[in-house]
Write a protein that binds this ligand. Structure first.
Ligand code: FE2
Length: 375
């Protein structure tokens, strides 16, 4: 919320083959899914992206379409509303709807979506944003959520979908990291303005994280109790690949901007949930950052975990903050992500890719599905 911490302000200033993951109790559980017309299709390629400013040209959609995705996941900051005026927010969505490339995508590819701060409300906003019920209605209306969808009855836009037949079953969970998020903690900057503090660190040759700190408050949360209960239910569904589409980075440690690690209890709870539910096949997707990167966590986890971050569809951020879990280089240009699942052959393989505005692969990691299982 604090303007001095705005990324945009600073930018302006700076210029099955695997076995099913069934628990004993899950064997009898009915997989739950929110309604979606494409549920029966087997997903072999999922494209995703985040951070699309409606007032800018959006040429990236052509490259996204050329990858022939079975599904597109819009991971938040889908428009930059940044307003409490709901007519203005709906105008932002109308501008997105008029983008020729987005129109073509919408006409040809099923889309699922979740929001982040700028389409939820305001920069870095959380549960205290006063227009969240109204903005949720605008979001669900724009994304054509059926009137009788359970998603319209939840206190938040979180959703979970299950695609494809057994043996090729993909679950995509989209948590809402905004509606119930408690307030952010900030680093001790010694009384300095963040921009001055960041400039001083840069001059000293030190890494420059964002201004946010891990929130040590016992009640600090991104999801809230009701959404946590819902999320635990989703992990009961027997599926082959489980994709967690998070508007914020899950595994980055420690960028100092908004990310799961700021809410360390929720972060650990999520990893514990994977372990406790023996939830194999888990891959994290994330957005928000205005750069692309791959993060890997392989200590104190049930199996090596991967987070592929793609951002943004129009937004670019050159001053990439530290992330001790980053693999390779960050992608500092317009980008989108693809998840390609090779179901053929004896061993299913998942490829995670960050691609540039022309569709060229800038980062890639291929992981055998059998490596994403608890031994
Ligand atoms: Fe964001």
């Amino acid at each position: 919320m604090n303007a001095e911490f705005s990324r945009r302000t600073l930018v302006a200033a700076a210029g099955a083959a695997a076995s099913l993951n069934m628990l004993p109790q899950a064997a009898n559980a009915n997989p739950t899914s929110d309604p979606h017309p494409a549920l029966r299709r087997t997903l072999s390629r999922i494209a995703f992206g985040a951070c699309a400013h409606q007032s800018k040209a959006q040429p990236v959609w052509d490259a996204i379409l050329e990858t022939k995705p079975d599904l597109f996941v819009f991971l938040g900051d889908n428009v930059y509303g940044d307003t409490r005026d709901m007519a203005e927010l709906r105008r932002c969505y109308a501008q997105l709807a008029e983008k020729p490339g987005f129109k073509r995508l919408r006409d040809n590819v099923p889309i699922i979506s979740v929001w982040d701060d700028h389409d939820f409300g305001e920069n870095d906003s959380g549960g205290d944003y006063p227009m969240k019920a109204q903005s949720r209605a605008a979001f669900l209306d724009f994304w054509n959520e059926p009137k009788d969808s359970p998603r319209r009855k939840r206190d938040g836009v979180y959703a979970s979908y299950i695609f494809g037949p057994m043996g090729q079953r993909v679950q995509i969970i989209l948590p809402d990291l905004r509606t119930h998020r408690t307030s952010l903690s900030t680093l001790d900057l010694g009384g300095m303005d963040y921009k001055d503090w960041a400039a001083a660190r840069q001059k000293a040759g030190l890494s420059v994280p964002g201004p946010y700190a891990r929130n040590s408050d016992a009640n600090a949360t991104m999801l809230g109790d009701a959404q946590w209960a819902w999320l635990e239910e989703q992990f009961h569904a027997p599926v082959d690949v489980r994709i967690f589409g998070s508007s914020l980075q899950v595994l980055a440690d420690f960028p100092g901007w908004e990310s799961w690690i700021n809410y360390a209890r929720d972060h650990q709870r999520l990893i514990d949930l994977v372990r406790r539910q023996r939830a194999g096949g888990m891959v994290f997707l994330s957005g928000d950052t205005h750069y692309g990167e791959l993060s890997k966590l392989d200590l104190n986890v049930p199996y090596p975990l991967w987070d592929i971050t793609s951002s943004g569809l129009t937004e670019v951020w050159s001053d990439v903050p530290p992330n001790t879990n980053r693999q390779g280089e960050a992608v500092r240009e317009v980008n989108f992500g693809t998840v390609t699942i090779d179901w053929a052959g004896a061993a299913t393989r998942i490829s995670l890719q960050v691609r540039d505005v022309k569709g060229a692969v800038k980062l890639q990691q291929t992981v055998p599905l059998e490596a994403l299982q608890i031994a």
